[in-house]
Design a protein around this ligand. Structure first.
Ligand code: IMP
Ligand code: MG
Length: 180
C-alpha cells in the first residue's frame, strides 16, 4: 500500500484564516497578557503561524506533550502527560493551541486537568475541527476550519510521524502500489 496526499485546504486559505483568527484574538485579549499553550507535536506549526500574527503585549508561550491511552485510532480520553508545562498557570489568561479536535476526549480531559491549576481563563483554539466525530463535548472558542470525517495531514499533523511539514492540509489516500 502506498499513500498519496490530496490537497484539502490550501496554504493561502490557511494563512488567510489564521490572520483573521489572530486579529480576533488580539482584539479579545486587548490589555490582557496572553499565555499560549502548544500541544506538541501537532500544534507546533499552527502555534508559530498564529503567534507571530497576534498583537498582545506580554504574550508568553509554553509547550506540553500528552498521549492518550487507548487502542488503535480511538483515544480513551485518559491523558498521560509526557512533557509537562514549565510554568504555572495560576491567574493567567490561557489559550490552548491544538492541531485538531476529533472525538474531543483528549482536550476534554486536558482542559479539566489544567483548570485545576487555577488559570484566570482557559480557552481553546484549534486549527481543525471534525464535529461529526465528537464523543465528548469541548468548548472551542476559536476554530479555523471544520472538516469532514477524513484523516488529514500537514501543517503539523502527521501520519506515522510524517507529513507534518506540508504547508497545506491534505487527505491521505491509500492506493495499491501495483496500480500506481
Ligand atoms: P481526540 O481525543 O479524539 O480529539 O484526539 C485528537 C488527536 O488525535 C489530535 O490531537 C491528533 O493528534 C489526532 N488526530 C485526530 N484526527 C487526526 C487526523 O485526521 N490526522 C492526524 N491526527 C489526527
Ligand atoms: Mg494533537
Amino acid at each position: 500500500m502506498r499513500e498519496r496526499i490530496k490537497e484539502l485546504i490550501s496554504e493561502e486559505s490557511i494563512e488567510r484564516r489564521i490572520r483573521e483568527l489572530a486579529a480576533q484574538i488580539s482584539c479579545d485579549y486587548k490589555g490582557r497578557p496572553l499565555h499560549l499553550i502548544c500541544i506538541l507535536k501537532g500544534g507546533a506549526v499552527f502555534l508559530c503561524e498564529l503567534a507571530k500574527r497576534i498583537q498582545n503585549e506580554g504574550l508568553t508561550m509554553d509547550f506540553m506533550s500528552v498521549s492518550s491511552y487507548g487502542s488503535g485510532t480511538e483515544s480513551s480520553g485518559i491523558v498521560r502527560i509526557v512533557k509537562d508545562l514549565d510554568e504555572p498557570l495560576m491567574g493567567r489568561e490561557v489559550l490552548i493551541v491544538e492541531d485538531i479536535i476529533d472525538t474531543g476526549s483528549t482536550l476534554n480531559h486536558l482542559r479539566k486537568l489544567l483548570l485545576e491549576r487555577g488559570p484566570r481563563s482557559l480557552e481553546i483554539c484549534t486549527l481543525l475541527d471534525k464535529p461529526s466525530r465528537r464523543l465528548q463535548d469541548v468548548p472551542v472558542r476559536y476554530s479555523c476550519f471544520k472538516i469532514p470525517d477524513r484523516f488529514v495531514v500537514g501543517y503539523g499533523l502527521d501520519y506515522d510521524q510524517r507529513y507534518r511539514n506540508l504547508p497545506y492540509i491534505g487527505v491521505v489516500e491509500f492506493q495499491d502500489s501495483e496500480n500506481s
